[in-house]
Ligand binder design. Structure first.
Ligand SMILES: C[S@@+](CC[C@H](N)C(=O)[O-])C[C@H]1O[C@@H](n2cnc3c(N)ncnc32)[C@H](O)[C@@H]1O
Length: 430
């Protein structure tokens, strides 16, 4: 029994060590969890991802429990403390078991004396709740509270509070701290009441207000996707697909297509052809190919740097650019700790190169859709304003359902991811 429970903690600790050394959490998890049973993998993922997400909350408390400043601790010891405290505070694992199993899991990776220190700090945590002053008060010092209890970088909290009301930022941050549910976009045109009954048998239920979306309440995602002819997609990304597929004319170029969620949505939502799915990464384009095989779609696949297009023209170009991803932080536990203001600036410059090149491909009368999964205005509306000011031959598309408006999906309104998209039409005489 004890051995079985140590394995997921050892694997979770391995992921924490890898991420502290600069690795991406999803890649580290794929490597470290490969040999675990499905049950152990679920536990290992919850522990690793949860600990990474809530790092600042854990550190705020640890700094009051530790007799030594955290920045003077060996990095492995700090990771072990985080993993132990996460279990004590954030899971239903009995506290003493959590401490004992953590001590076993890190055996051999921290020194003997450090083990004594680790044990003492975790036992102190088990004896009481965190001091009420650790996180401060939301109303009196929202930045401190949202950066510590909310576990987000302080600079990001400040930037969001400058822009949105406190209640919205709080909900956004809480949303980022919850693992996302598995939601599916159903690819068939119509879904009958009998279909919904069949889907219920594989754990699917409707999502209110979104007729072609379902939430998986239990069971295996792969089986549910097969039975319902569906792909895993968040409602926010699905809204972008609807926004693009309205009035869609081919040829269509999906210039940043991998891993292919939007390509599959577009293929099945519209008959605009050909549909070319391009990406700079061959490895990632292979994921699009797999998704196409799984769903019966047949987009043309093209390895291409969108800044230097290998095709001459398209009627519609979807440019779902690489971005800071601040709308999808709940999916990438380590992403919040990687983003910097400088990185956003670099992404803005890269996105501009890509929009410029994509715009040149659009036929007169055709459409360019610029999309991100970012919440940052520099990457979203400011980017569109910059572009339209330089390119009077483009205007916000007044045709169809968009009627000249951009799409912004706010995570705090729907407990979804965040997304932005803007439909720009090239004037016929432009
Ligand atoms: C936000 S993701 C696209 C998500 C995709 N549209 C979907 O719905 O599944 C951005 C993609 O852009 C690709 N990319 C990055 N730089 C690129 C470039 N210069 N040209 C083309 N693709 C690029 C990345 O490999 C990544 O797959």
């Amino acid at each position: 029994m004890a051995g079985r429970d140590v394995a997921p903690r050892t694997a979770a600790f391995g992921v924490l060590r890898d991420v502290s050394a600069g690795a991406y959490a999803d890649r580290a998890a794929a490597r470290r969890f490969e040999t675990l049973s499905p049950r152990d993998r679920r536990l290992a993922q919850e522990l690793a991802y949860g600990t990474i997400r809530l790092r600042a909350r854990l550190d705020a408390e640890l700094s009051t429990l530790s007799t030594r400043p955290l920045d003077q601790l060996d990095a492995a010891v700090l990771d072990a403390l985080r993993l132990g405290l996460y279990q004590v505070r954030e899971t239903r694992i009995p506290a003493h078991a959590a401490v004992n199993e953590t001590m076993d899991a890190v055996r051999g990776q921290v020194s003997r004396s450090a083990r004594g220190f680790l044990n003492a700090v975790l036992r102190r945590a088990v004896r009481g709740e965190p001091d009420s002053g650790v996180f401060g008060d939301l109303d009196e010092d929202p930045v401190r509270y949202l950066a510590t209890w909310g576990s987000h970088p302080e600079w990001l909290v400040r930037r969001w509070l400058d822009r949105w009301p406190l209640a919205a930022v709080r909900r956004l941050i809480e949303n980022d701290n919850r693992p996302p549910p598995v939601t599916l976009r159903l690819l068939n045109d119509t879904v009958s009441p009998e279909d919904w009954e069949r889907f219920a048998a594989v754990g699917l239920e409707r999502l209110a207000g979104l007729p072609h979306m379902a939430r998986l309440t239990g069971g295996a995602p792969a089986e549910a996707m097969r039975r319902a002819h569906a792909i895993a997609q968040d409602p926010a990304a699905s809204c972008v697909v609807d926004y693009v597929s309205d009035n869609l004319d081919g040829p269509v170029l999906d210039a940043c297509a991998a891993p292919g969620g939007k390509t599959m949505g577009l293929w099945h939502a519209s008959s605009a052809r050909p549909l070319i799915a391009a990406d700079i990464s061959l490895e990632r384009l292979l994921q699009v190919r797999q998704a196409a095989q799984d769903t019966g779609a047949e987009p043309a696949l093209l390895v291409m740097d969108a800044r230097f297009p290998a095709i001459r023209s398209a009627r519609t170009v979807l440019l779902d650019v690489p971005c800071s991803g601040t709308g999808v932080l709940r999916r990438r536990p380590d992403a919040r700790w990687r983003i910097t203001a400088g990185r956003i600036e670099a992404l803005v410059a890269r996105q501009r190169e890509m929009i410029e090149a994509a715009a040149a491909l659009v036929e007169p009368g055709g459409v360019l859709v610029y999309a991100t999964c970012s919440l940052e205005p520099e990457e979203n509306e400011q980017q569109v304003e910059w572009f339209v000011a330089r390119h009077p031959e483009f205007e916000r598309d007044k045709e169809g359902q968009a009627r000249g408006t951009d799409l912004f999906v706010a995570p705090w309104e729907h407990e979804s991811d965040g997304a932005f998209a803007s439909r720009l039409r090239k004037r016929r005489n432009g």
